[in-house]
Design a protein around this ligand. Structure first.
Ligand code: NAD
Ligand code: MG
Length: 375
């Protein structure tokens, strides 16, 4: 039996993971569940899966609450009866648990891409030193891992990440600028949490994924590309050194990448996701990313190339800007503007300690809030 901790069990990834595990109870035991708010939903999950550890944070007691929350995530991620930590937390709140789990030698099935973006070097070091391993849950990175099929990294020439393009992929810049919250959350091919849905609409998500791919697969940024593929059927391409290109294909569902991250490198029989049908999939199309309409993409990739604490600042500015947009405090088009000001003003430092990363995160959050108040 593999013991699984599900961090963020009430979210889109968390509930999907529990649905997958419910079909494979002979293999997986839910050892820990954590959530922020939503106590009735968490209680129902606990009653269905009998975990040995449950943590509910977000009771609204300010700073102490946050500290307790972070400590309980680390506890869930490092318990002896946990083999795999599925990190389905959204945003920077997931970082400490990722690092702690890897240091404790666990497998991290990583949906929380923000961990790798903020502190890629630290996360990889934690895995090396603690003997843990990171297996991506993000569908594009799962696709790359599946295409690689255990080949040596030296065989890998180029990664082409696919992007749905989000709900605005055909819209002109002016209309995108004043898009409403409802429009931004109306994703054409994926049903996800609010933050990642907005990230998909700005294409900041694809920049986060380029940085994620850089750390996961060890490729320099010039060998990681993104292409818009509105049908979300091809989950990414891998080019090998001889020019051969492999792709992983299927109707969009997170069940498959979640199951694969739990069983990797093994495959297990599963009938959850609809089987692929090429006729049903219809025509598959590809377009370049319109960077002039979606500037958050280029800003994020540039932060990745700059390295050090730049990706942490990009991530923090984006989180603050997305929250402000969702609260109706500023228009959609200002998300990228806020990120741009923060990155322009940043003095990039080495990201070799958690303290340096957290300082950059805090600095970027404060400046982003200030920039939002200016308008
Ligand atoms: P969500 O908002 O649906 O769920 C987030 C979960 O994290 C919830 O259970 C919530 O209780 C918990 N949480 C939020 N803030 C917390 C905090 N401060 N402390 C502790 N717990 C907290 O988000 P989601 O769509 O499931 O996304 C989760 C992560 O997975 C994100 O990093 C996202 O980018 C990534 N991801 C999601 C999808 C998807 O299909 N939803 C696909 C690929 C990657
Ligand atoms: Mg993705």
């Amino acid at each position: 039996m593999t013991g699984v901790a599900i961090l963020g069990s009430t979210g889109s990834i968390g509930t999907t993971a529990l649905r997958v595990i419910a079909r494979h109870r002979d293999r997986f035991r839910v050892a820990a569940l954590t959530a922020y708010g939503r106590k009735d939903q968490l209680a129902a999950q606990a009653a269905a899966f009998y975990p040995t550890f449950v943590s509910l944070v977000g009771g609204g007691h300010g700073r102490d609450d946050w500290a307790d929350g972070a400590a309980s995530l680390v506890e869930a991620a490092t318990r002896p009866d946990v083999d795999v930590v599925l990190n389905g937390i959204v945003g920077a709140a997931g970082l400490e648990a990722t690092i702690a789990a890897l240091q404790a030698g666990k497998r991290v099935a990583l949906a929380n891409k923000e961990s790798l973006v903020m502190a890629g070097e630290l996360v990889l070091r934690a895995a090396r030193e603690g003997g843990g391993e990171i297996v991506p849950v993000d569908s594009e990175h799962s696709a790359v891992l599946q295409c690689l099929g255990g080949r040596p990294r030296a065989d890998l020439q180029r990664i082409i990440l696919t992007a749905s393009g989000g709900p605005f992929h055909t819209w002109d810049a002016e209309r995108v600028h004043s898009a409403t919250v409802h429009e931004a959350l109306n994703h054409p091919t994926w049903k996800m949490g609010r933050k990642i849905s907005v990230d998909s609409a700005t294409l900041a998500n694809k920049a986060l994924e380029v940085i994620e791919a850089h750390f996961l697969f060890g490729l320099p940024f010039e060998r990681i590309e993104a292409v818009v593929h509105p049908q979300s059927v091809i989950h990414s391409f891998v080019e090998l050194v001889d020019g051969s290109v492999l792709a992983q294909v299927g109707f969009p569902t997170m069940e498959l990448p979640i199951l694969y991250a739990l069983t990797y490198p093994a495959r297990v029989s599963d009938d959850g996701a609809p089987r692929f049908d090429p006729i049903g999939a219809g025509a598959l199309t590809f377009e370049p990313v319109r960077t002039e309409v979606f500037p958050a993409f280029a800003l994020g990739v540039q932060a990745g190339r700059s390295g050090g604490t730049a990706p942490a600042a990009f991530n923090a500015a984006n989180e603050v800007a997305v929250a402000a947009f969702l609260q109706g405090r500023m228009p959609f088009g200002r998300i990228a503007e806020v990120i741009e000001v923060v990155l322009r003003r940043q003095v990039v430092e080495h990201a070799e300690t958690l303290a340096a990363v957290m300082a950059a995160d805090r600095w970027a959050r404060e400046l982003a809030e200030e920039v939002i108040r200016w308008a």
